[in-house]
Design a protein around this ligand. Structure first.
Ligand code: ZN
Length: 136
């Protein structure tokens, strides 16, 4: 079972400009900015009630975010659902017929273990599963 929508990921070309726009929109500044080297992205996170907004800017043209923007322009890139047991959810969703892009969860931004489902599996939406990494 997926617990809740944890965040929406939004692909942007200029994260500094986008930070200003989303600060104005949400009424709060980003609480975190983080580079995820493995994905070649710079991210920033905003809180909006229980949910979050993640802005993603590509660090180089080979990044998945750069390719996404090239094809589809800026905009919503993925929907992230929080889960309490990511391995169990990967197994469950694989049995349900979803195509899992990384069956071994990897370390993502914002202290999370993450796995992605192919958008073809879910009517065009890239789905991220994320599980908080225990602090201690
Ligand atoms: Zn995300």
């Amino acid at each position: 079972m997926l617990d809740k929508i944890e965040h929406l990921g939004i692909a942007v070309t200029d994260i500094e400009a986008a930070n200003k726009v989303y600060t104005a929109l949400l009424g709060v500044e980003p609480y975190k900015e983080e580079v995820v080297e493995s994905e070649a992205v710079t991210t920033s996170f905003f809180k909006c009630g229980e949910s979050k907004i993640e802005l993603l800017q590509a660090q180089n043209p080979d990044s998945a975010i750069a390719k996404f923007i090239e094809k589809r322009g800026e905009g919503i890139h993925h929907v992230a659902f929080s889960v309490t047991n990511i391995e169990a959810e990967i197994q469950r969703l694989e049995k349900e017929g979803f195509q899992i892009l990384n069956k071994i969860p990897k370390r993502g931004a914002d202290n999370k273990l993450v796995a992605f489902l192919h958008p073809k599996s879910s009517h065009g939406v890239l789905v991220e599963l994320c599980q908080e990494i225990d602090a201690g």
